[in-house]
Design a protein around this ligand. Structure first.
Ligand code: RFL
Ligand code: PHB
Length: 389
């Protein structure tokens, strides 16, 4: 079998790239390790930048998003019992859209199926060969049989634990990493959101986030120890802890109920450079991870896809390789800015085990500066709604 582009990974990066290429008549096959149901059972990001929304529109998959997504023109920042508002619309002219990653992925799979584009699920032992040659190919096992696909390019969209990044030789790859001494315990519940905007809260007991998926579905997170397991936390213990970390007047209004999903995600900042090796291009979590504070993970994956898609389009339509040649440099410039914002915002709101009284005062002053200074609020808002690409 031969295609123009093999896309490894059927998460949002791979599917979005596949759909955009399909619209341009560029043939791509998606190889996914799990089943579709498994991919659609993962609860992850919830906030889309308008840049990502534009790309979903271009891919022809934004209809439900516009119908069911929620436009958020600002966010709330809480500390102790105080809360203030950052007005994205007034400061930048741009809102964000609250629409779950799970729904984005579902819409992309539906469009992919409707277009008759090929996705191969439950592939094993995917290996990329000859990425630094003119004739790359990918092998994989499916139902115990080995298959081979020859191609022009390989898009490594297989997340942090995928094989694509590992294919780049260690002598070429540079990795930058910071791990955080805590995780986020998240729950999904069929309850009304406590506020019409997201609340990012700092408290002496640690960080909390009140988010949502729709009017009847809420998503809440609390900072937890890395050694915690979701099973250690009863729903009741979760709600009690959340209430202690948000302003009292918000806690009083909090609607609680049984959790329908509960999971813990560790926090990590990670970047690999370069994001291209020969004919292999890395996109999304395969190349970088941000802590979720600021909701940049999925959105940064989308900006990678933008650069790669345009590079491939120019290659096939105009015979112009400048976009592909500049892919790594362009993508990384934006990636590092998203890394900086997510790292800064995480540091602003979490409690760290080794924080000195001086460090705590610096955090307090940083939050007060954000509350009181319009330039700082504008810089925050520009980052949150998404830097241009
Ligand atoms: P994904 O979503 O990880 O998709 C990669 C896909 O590749 C498949 N795969 C393979 N397929 C074939 N062969 C292999 N060898 C393969 N290895 C892996 C996987 O099964 C998967 O389907 O990466 P992608 O597409 O780059 O998308 C990135 C986003 O998913 C990610 O940035 C965000 O979800 C990050 N993230 C969050 N971001 C936010 O902005 N807000 C959040 O609240 C948020 N919560 C999260 C998150 C990421 C999490 N992870 C990765 C554990 C919560 C969690 C738990
Ligand atoms: C979410 O709703 O899952 C969410 C929202 C904002 C974040 C992280 C996660 O910064």
């Amino acid at each position: 079998m031969r295609v123009q582009v093999v896309i490894i990974g059927g998460g949002p990066s791979g599917l979005l790239l596949g759909q955009l290429l399909h619209k341009q008549g560029i043939e791509a096959v998606v190889l996914e390790r799990k089943t579709k149901d498994y991919v659609l059972s993962r609860i992850r990001a919830g906030v889309l930048e308008t840049g990502m929304v534009r790309m979903l529109e271009e891919a022809g998959v934004a209809e439900r998003l516009h119908r069911e997504g929620f436009v958020h023109e600002g966010t709330q920042i809480a500390f102790d019992d105080e809360m203030f508002h950052i007005d994205f619309k007034a400061l930048t002219g741009t809102p964000v859209i609250v629409y779950g990653q799970t729904e984005v992925t579902r819409d992309l799979y539906e469009a992919r199926e409707a277009a008759g584009a090929k996705t191969i699920f439950e592939v094993e032992n995917v290996a990329i060969h000859g990425a630094d040659s003119d004739a790359p190919y990918v092998t994989f096992d499916k139902n115990g049989t080995e298959h081979r696909i020859d191609c022009d390019f390989v898009a490594g969209c297989d997340g942090f634990h995928g094989v694509s990044r590992q294919t780049i030789p260690l002598g070429v790859r540079r990795e930058y990493e910071k791990t955080y001494p805590f995780g986020w315990l998240g729950i999904l519940s069929r309850t009304r959101p406590v506020h019409d905007e997201l609340i990012y809260a700092s408290s002496p007991r640690g960080f909390a986030l009140c988010s949502m998926r729709n009017e009847k579905l809420s998503r809440y997170y609390i900072q937890c120890a890395l050694s915690d397991h979701p099973g250690d936390w009863t729903d009741d213990a979760f709600w009690q802890e959340l209430k202690r970390r948000i302003p009292e007047e918000v806690a009083e209004r909090l609607e609680t109920g049984p959790s329908i999903e509960k999971s813990i995600a560790p926090l990590r900042s990670f970047v690999t450079e370069p994001m291209r090796w020969g004919r292999l291009f890395l996109c999304g979590d395969a190349a970088h991870i941000v802590p979720p504070t600021g909701a940049k993970g999925l959105n940064t994956a989308a900006s990678d896809v933008h650069y790669l898609y345009n590079g491939l389009r120019r290659h096939y339509q105009d015979g112009d390789d400048e976009g592909l040649d500049r892919y790594s440099e362009q993508a990384l410039l934006r990636v590092w800015k998203a890394e900086r914002f997510s790292w800064w915002f995480s540091g602003l709101l979490h409690r760290f085990p080794d924080q000195s009284p001086f460090d705590l005062k610096m955090q307090e002053a940083d939050i007060a500066f954000l509350r009181d200074n319009e330039s700082q609020q504008r810089a925050f808002a520009e980052n949150y709604v998404g830097l241009p690409y």
